[in-house]
Write a protein that binds this ligand. Sequence first.
Ligand SMILES: [Zn+2]
Length: 229
Amino acid sequence: MELIRFTDRIFYLPHEEKTDRPLLAYIKGEKFSLAIDAGNSADHVDKFYKALEAENLKKPEVTIITHWHWDHTFGMHNINGLSIAHKKTNEFLKAEQDKFKDTSYLDILKRDNKYIAREYSNNKDIIVTLSDIEFDKELVINLGDISAEIFHTQAPHSEDTVLIYIPEEKVLFLGDSTSENFFNNNYMDINKLKSLIETIGKIECKTCILGHAEPLDKNDLLDYLESLL
Ligand SMILES: [Zn+2]
């Protein structure tokens, strides 16, 4: 699978349904570059970096995590440079690390989650790491000619939801924030969804990019989300 050039400065490796790999994005700055999400395994990161190399793009110096779920974080130990996550993301990852101290946990995960079983069918170890840098509310990174506005927000999918807005390209990265809560019987909290719809509405983005979908027009995404209320 090849890297998609979405704009001159935004690229992404598409999501893969078979192993639940989310889309991994790359924002190319003049000074340095930023990746969004660390993928579901070391192999996923390697594939992303190979795809970047094929386009003569250097490895990202910084990787920002949208939320703690395995498919977005289990590749974090294998990234180039520094990782950034919300402090709640690190709290969830710390809890996950503790669970892995029980050697039966991996077997349980593989039994209950066919995507984890497929991704780790090579019997490679799962390594959970916390981020190098953590933040609480928001963070702006100037990559040189392009910037990333990173902020924590309320969303139905997870407590640690982080959105990334690239104002120069009017692109908003949403991770899985618009989906229901997988860890609460797929419960869709309507109030949190309303809050997220309001947040997206206020941002002057044209395109919304989710973790497991093709990029969407902002209005199409909002129409869809409003139909869930
Ligand atoms: Zn998720």
